[in-house]
Ligand binder design. Structure first.
Ligand SMILES: Nc1ncnc2c1ncn2[C@@H]1O[C@H](COP(=O)(O)OP(=O)(O)O)[C@@H](O)[C@H]1O
Ligand SMILES: [Mg+2]
Length: 253
């Protein structure tokens, strides 16, 4: 359903006013496909272009060359078929939990009762059904990230993009949310693209791991992980983790 075709992204920065612009290649000729309902992780070191790639898929920025195709249509801007969960929680602190979840629905012009129904549905799914009227400051870090997930789910997009969504959470909270996100994936049958710099997290969650490195050789490996869930404590997973770690150690410069 998602085709990344020979996508390159260069940034032209001028270090000093009047100086010649740098041509910084961040993504070079990146190609891969994602099937409907797949859970794909993209793992790679800081600065290799993961967020840049997400921005291109979201339609927030344009490739320098190449194209991104979703359901046979070229991406030319943002669209209702995609929703994004950011790393840093980007909630509005002056709004309640429910108002935060409703925000995209408000933008879409949905009526109040309808917004409330949808927000409640996704707050229930993510385990915050009883916190609808709470203020954001009353929530833990993990709960805030749940609200951010509920807000993206409420958009009912085909594709859910997650950019290091659990990066700032402690290990225990992260574990719980890993279980939640897998449950949501099964329940909603969404296509999920999950960005992380954490190899174990990638292997724990995804059916396919794309190992990204620095340009011009961005795609280091595409590795299928045909293992049952849950995967914690499974010996064969340890082998996968070791394998991917080896690959990354060799690829990261
Ligand atoms: N708007 C921009 N202008 C110039 N350089 C950028 C811009 N966005 C990202 N970059 C550069 O592109 C590289 C990749 O950034 P990013 O995609 O955020 O990496 P990652 O998410 O993998 O850590 C970095 O070197 C960053 O400085
Ligand atoms: Mg990033």
């Amino acid at each position: 359903m998602l085709e990344i075709k020979n996508v390159s992204k260069h940034f032209n920065n001028r270090k000093l006013k009047g100086s010649a612009p740098d041509d910084k290649e961040v993504l070079e000729n990146v190609s891969f496909d994602v099937e409907t309902g797949e859970f794909v992780s993209i793992v790679g070191p800081s600065g290799c272009g993961k967020t840049t790639l997400i921005n291109l898929i979201m339609g927030l920025d344009k490739p320098t060359s190449g194209e991104i195709i979703i359901n046979n249509k070229k991406v030319t801007g943002v669209g209702g078929d995609r929703a994004l969960v950011f790393q840093e929680n980007a909630l509005f602190p002056w709004l309640t939990v429910q108002q935060n979840v409703e925000i995209g629905l408000r933008v879409r012009g949905l009526k109040r009762a309808e917004r409330k129904r949808i927000a409640q549905r996704y707050l229930d799914i993510i385990g915050l059904g009883e916190y609808a009227d709470y203020g954001i400051h009353q929530l833990s870090g993990g709960m805030k990230q749940r609200v951010a997930i509920a807000r993206s789910l409420a958009l009912e997009s085909d594709i859910l993009l997650m950019d290091e969504p659990f990066g700032a959470l402690d290990a225990g909270t992260k574990n719980v949310l890993h279980g939640e996100i897998l449950k949501i994936w099964k329940k909603t049958q969404k296509t999920i693209i999950f960005i992380t710099h954490d190899v174990e997290e990638a292997v724990l969650l995804a059916g396919k791991v794309i190992v990204l490195g620095y340009a011009p050789d961005n795609i280091k490996e595409i590795i299928d992980i045909p293992l049952e869930y849950p995967r914690e404590g499974n010996d064969s997973v340890a082998e996968y983790v070791k394998y991917i770690k080896d690959v990354m150690a060799r690829s990261a410069k």
